[in-house]
Design a protein around this ligand. Structure first.
Ligand SMILES: [Zn+2]
Ligand SMILES: [Zn+2]
Length: 274
């Protein structure tokens, strides 16, 4: 199977040249094997992903949570406007709102001149994830979702993708320092690939805390993520969902330091063969 990063940035996109080595688009990855194409998150990275999927018959999409940086590409995903494509989308329900309700609110006429009704897929389904632990079988690939509460305000799903004795975990927008005792480590344990929120460096976060009491909004630091690598027997760890203020120069410095620890920095348009 193959993983491709289409958006690795958190919070909001950056288009300036000094962000483009690691990438300026927000959260989106695709995991593909010979039978299925599965997208995780629909940030601005989804736009480019869509252009590469115009011949795809069946597309599955999992949304971790509906913050803009995970949804901004959604209305403009080119395959939605092709009759030949079948699309199945899974995302969180929140309180009494189904995921369909939330999408309808997101694609509201005050913000967009078109709605889900304008998508042209012959088959198009939006399903709610409702339980804390979800399990979905897609052509023999097992997708598990686990609800994590530490990301404000309504939590986030982390997902694992298991096929042919390989396990990939996509865990963005989590604060690992708050997830040590709730089954999080068991969920990610033994992953061949872990793609995980690494939004702050400890030093920059502590400067922010000192200057204005800033909190981390349910994100992790590079340092705290590194600590779980061995604790959870992770084979290959990818930092992901970078702070949009961290430019290439700063991330290059961090990458040099963390290469020694055997950790990888996700980069837009890079592929990983598993
Ligand atoms: Zn985010
Ligand atoms: Zn978020």
């Amino acid at each position: 199977m193959k993983i491709k990063f289409y958006g690795v940035r958190g919070s909001y996109p950056r288009a300036e040249a000094r962000f483009l080595k690691y990438g300026g688009n927000t959260s989106c990855i695709i995991v593909k094997n010979d039978k299925s194409t599965i997208i995780f998150d629909a940030g601005t990275g989804l736009l480019k992903a869509g252009e590469s999927l115009l011949k795809e018959k069946n597309i599955f999409m999992f949304i971790t949570h509906t913050h803009y940086d995970h949804m901004q590409g959604f209305p403009f995903f080119s395959p939605f406007f092709r009759k030949e494509t079948n699309t199945n989308i899974y995302g969180p329900s929140i309180k009494d709102k189904s995921f369909q309700d939330i999408i309808d609110m997101y694609m509201n006429p005050f913000f967009l001149p078109f709605s889900v009704a304008d998508f042209e897929n012959r088959k198009f389904s939006i399903k709610s994830l409702e339980k804390d632990d979800e399990k979905i079988n897609i052509n023999g690939i097992i997708i598990k979702g686990k609800k994590i509460q530490s990301h404000p305000l309504f939590g986030v799903y982390i997902f694992s993708y298991e096929s042919n004795n390989q396990k990939i975990v996509y865990a963005t927008d989590v604060d690992v320092s708050k997830e040590m005792n709730n089954g999080f480590l068991d969920f990610i344990d033994g992953a061949d690939i872990l793609i995980i929120d690494s939004y702050f460096s400890e030093q920059k976060l502590s400067n922010l805390r000192k200057s204005n009491g800033y909190e981390n909004y349910g994100h992790s630091t590079f340092e705290s993520v590194l600590k779980i690598k061995d604790l959870a027997n992770i084979k290959k760890l990818f930092f992901y969902h970078y702070n949009p203020k961290y430019d290439d120069k700063y991330l290059e410095r961090l990458e040099k330091r963390y290469q020694k620890e055997g950790v990888f920095f996700s980069k837009e348009c890079e592929e990983v063969i598993v």
